[in-house]
Design a protein around this ligand. Structure first.
Ligand SMILES: CC(C)(COP(=O)(O)OP(=O)(O)OC[C@H]1O[C@@H](n2cnc3c(N)ncnc32)[C@H](O)[C@@H]1O)[C@@H](O)C(=O)NCCC(=O)NCCS
Ligand SMILES: Nc1ncnc2c1ncn2[C@@H]1O[C@H](COP(=O)(O)OP(=O)(O)OP(=O)(O)O)[C@@H](O)[C@H]1O
Length: 198
């Protein structure tokens, strides 16, 4: 049994995924895999260095995430290039882990957290897609606060993704995370009660 979990940047995917894990789901997080393929020695990091230049690495050979983020989130063409280098490896690893977990314990819910699920057309990989939604203004506020970004930087990151309202329309399961955590917890509890019907 599996679901894809998505939303916009800072709408609360990690918050919701932790609530599901607490109830017994297994989590695969695309952001974590994205970090793994950017570790020194991985061919993806090598390709990123070749394409974007040695300036995107620190002296010790690790990725300078801040610098690369500044480059790609202010230039859609460069972001596309980066996605072309990273996404195939991230997707392959995700598929591998999903298959392994589902084979090991078919009754257990596997949750795959992918910020760019709809942008990458990955809906068909999942039985259902859960969208964690907050209105854009609140998304902007939470993003600026959490990552200490300026208004301009935060808006650029939000613009790099599909409009959250569009994701809301496409959702099979919608979680509104705009109120307190307790209200979100109630929605997750209800989903968990009904999930046998998936
Ligand atoms: C550009 C990088 C180095 C910036 O690192 P930084 O530490 O500032 O951000 P972090 O990785 O924590 O991502 C934070 C959020 O940004 C958004 N985001 C990240 N990459 C992308 C992207 N390619 N397109 C749109 N949004 C993105 C996601 O919502 C993500 O949850 C990093 O995001 C990266 O390596 N991105 C490419 C890999 C990728 O596409 N990851 C997205 C998940 S598959
Ligand atoms: N219901 C809520 N009420 C208030 N703050 C919240 C709520 N849910 C999440 N937050 C806060 O909003 C911020 C974004 O949440 P979270 O990190 O879970 O988002 P995310 O979608 O996983 O982000 P990313 O796309 O960057 O991975 C965090 O600082 C979190 O503590």
């Amino acid at each position: 049994m599996n679901i894809g979990l998505t939303g916009g940047i800072a709408t609360g995917k990690s918050t919701v995924s932790q609530m599901l894990v607490k109830r017994g789901a297994i989590l695969i997080d695309a952001d974590v895999i994205a970090r793994e393929v950017m570790e020194p020695g991985h061919p993806v990091l090598q390709a990123v260095r070749e394409r974007f230049g040695p300036d995107v690495l620190h002296d010790d050979g690790t990725l300078n995430r801040k610098r690369l983020g500044e480059i790609v989130f202010s230039d859609p063409e460069k972001l596309k290039t980066l996605n072309g280098l990273t996404h195939p490896a991230i997707r392959a690893e995700m598929r591998k882990r999903m298959a392994a977990y589902e084979a090991a314990d078919p009754g257990r819910l596997v949750v795959v957290d992918i910020p760019l699920l709809y942008e990458s057309g990955l809906e068909t990989m999942f039985e259902q897609v859960m969208v964690v939604y907050v209105p854009r203004e609140l998304q902007l506020k939470r993003l600026m606060q959490r990552d200490e970004l300026t208004l301009e930087q935060a808006e650029a990151r939000i613009r790099a993704q599909m409009d959250i309202e569009k994701k809301k329309e496409r959702a099979d399961i919608l979680i509104d995370n705009s109120l307190g955590m307790d209200k979100t917890e109630l929605q997750i509890a209800e989903f968990w009660r009904n999930k046998v019907l998936l």
